[in-house]
Design a protein around this ligand. Structure first.
Ligand code: SME
Length: 142
């Protein structure tokens, strides 16, 4: 499924230079194909994460550096897979339905993190190394 998704995203993003437009369609394609609960981006702006293009229920709009799963992935500079959000210290619950989560940093050409891709599931332990690997590949199209 991810292999098909990658092909679709590759052709969708080809030739497009606007980052927000790409984020919007990437979030939509992943969300629709995989049936996740929440799929979206937070962008680094003025020293914090600001809500970007997403699919799913309304979400918190500001996340400080090092806070929640998103802010921690940004601080650590690596993907974080959370099998049970209740066991992640400082998890920010935008929705009480969310049970597991993955956050993947998006790197820009200068080697800095410019955004994170955040995906939530209503089931425990939805994400594993396969999700990590393919989602890390997908954000490279940004
Ligand atoms: N759970 C995230 C906050 C964003 S929502 O899941 C959309 C976190 O702990 O950073």
């Amino acid at each position: 499924m991810y292999k098909l998704l990658c092909e679709q995203i590759k052709s969708l993003t080809q030739g497009e230079t606007d980052e927000v437009a790409k984020m919007a369609n990437i979030a939509a394609v992943i969300h629709e194909a995989m049936g996740f609960w929440w799929t979206g981006f937070y962008r680094v702006k003025n020293g914090e994460l600001i809500l970007g293009p997403f699919q799913g229920p309304v979400a918190c709009m500001h996340i400080p550096f090092g806070k929640g799963v998103c802010g921690t992935a940004w601080k650590q500079g690596e993907t974080i897979v959370v099998p049970d959000v209740e066991l992640f210290p400082g998890h920010i619950a935008c929705s009480s339905e969310s049970r597991s989560e993955i956050v993947v940093p998006v790197w820009n050409a200068d080697g800095e993190i410019s955004a994170v891709l955040d995906i939530d599931s209503r089931e425990l332990a939805t994400f594993d190394d396969v999700d990590k690997q393919f989602l890390e590949d997908i954000v490279k199209y940004l």
